[in-house]
Design a protein around this ligand. Structure first.
Ligand code: SF4
Length: 348
């Protein structure tokens, strides 16, 4: 184990807006699950972020206890946010993790403020709050406890099976307020999973989370994201995924086609060139107009997933869920106000 002070060996442009530079500690752990990963522990100055332009978004307030994500999804839209901390958006995003160690206490204080009005808080909207680091830092129990104690409605979007550790707390919270859980499973193709989401639990294990939550009376939707063109959009792949989602007992399934904004685009295209070079031209054409696949393509995928959902008996997203998750294809280039730089909002 090694301890450093990040401010001693790293230039943290803009980091002062997020935390005091002298309050940063860099730490590595010599255990297999954290080998090669560096944690930058900070005491954040604020934890509740307002999403500007929330009229276009299904939620207005977010809490993100981590920056960077060891789930290391190649397409991750949050990569660019690492550049605001002068950290690398490629491997650096996967292995340099900022941890807001005081997230729970900050949130408790925020919720107790007479100025706070009890609005819905969304988590997992930037990076995964149940990524591997959470197993060590255990920030979410404090966060969920604070939300429970203040009967504050909230939602969590995750690819992490670690959420089941907090099942009891989630049940307690669900007794006093609205709790929405969504698990992200874009496909069940194991080969694709191994290469494109190398640090995540397998799709099967994520669907076990859905099943377990349902068994305990906590409704859970699946964000089928991303549907990856030419790699995860074959009819049999869509069918296999929706069928597995249905069998897991998900309340709803919401497809979202891959989008490739700057930061994610370069990293994904480099991966594509290495693993599927024959697809590079097709991608350049499909994403020629920018970050989003053409509307006709998004509609085609969405319609097919909805047809399959109906066939397998998964209900449409309820009104409450629609508030937490955007409709398929919704652009989400949303800055978060109290992080340094124009942080963009992502969906897992
Ligand atoms: S897409 Fe989600 S789970 Fe994957 S690396 Fe990004 S934040 Fe983590």
């Amino acid at each position: 184990m090694r301890w450093d002070n990040l401010a001693d060996n790293t230039t943290q442009t803009g980091a002062g807006a997020l935390f005091a530079a002298d309050a940063v500690t860099t730490r590595t752990f010599d255990t297999p699950e954290f080998r090669g990963i560096t944690f930058h522990e900070i005491r954040a100055r604020s934890i509740v972020n307002r999403v500007p332009g929330a009229s276009r978004m299904p939620f207005e307030w977010t809490v993100n206890p981590y920056r960077g994500c060891t789930h290391a999804c190649v397409y991750c839209f949050a990569r660019k946010t690492h550049s605001y901390l002068d950290l690398d958006t490629g491997l650096g995003f996967d292995s340099q993790i900022v941890v807001k160690t005081n997230a729970g206490e900050l949130l408790a204080r925020h919720l107790a403020s007479p100025r706070w009005h009890g609005a819905h808080i969304a988590m997992g909207t930037n990076v995964d709050c149940y990524q591997r680091a959470e197993g060590r830092y255990r920030l979410m129990p404090g966060i969920i406890s604070a939300l429970r104690d203040h009967a504050n409605p909230f939602s969590v979007l995750t690819k992490g099976t670690l959420i089941l550790r907090d099942l009891e707390l989630l049940k307690q919270a669900a007794e006093v307020t609205e709790v929405g859980i969504s698990v992200s499973v874009g496909f069940t193709d194991r080969e694709l999973w191994r290469t494109v989401e190398p640090g995540t639990p397998s799709p099967e294990r994520r669907l076990d989370v859905v099943r377990t939550l349902a068994d305990h009376g906590i409704g859970c939707g699946v964000l089928m994201a991303p549907v990856i063109p030419f790699l995860g959009d074959r009819p049999d792949q869509l069918r296999d995924t929706v069928r597995a989602v249905a069998e897991a007992g998900a309340q709803s399934v919401t497809p979202l086609v891959l989008h490739l904004r700057p930061g994610a685009r370069e990293w994904f295209m480099a991966w594509l060139a290495e693993h599927h070079p024959s697809l590079v031209r097709r991608y350049e054409r499909l994403y020629a107009d920018g970050a989003y696949a053409p509307t006709w393509y998004q509609r085609r995928v969405t319609r097919r997933v909805h047809e399959l959902a109906a066939e397998y008996g998964i209900g449409p997203a309820r009104r409450g869920e629609a508030r937490r998750l955007p409709p398929p294809g919704t652009p989400t280039p949303v800055p978060v106000r109290d992080d340094p730089g124009p942080t963009q909002l992502t969906l897992l």
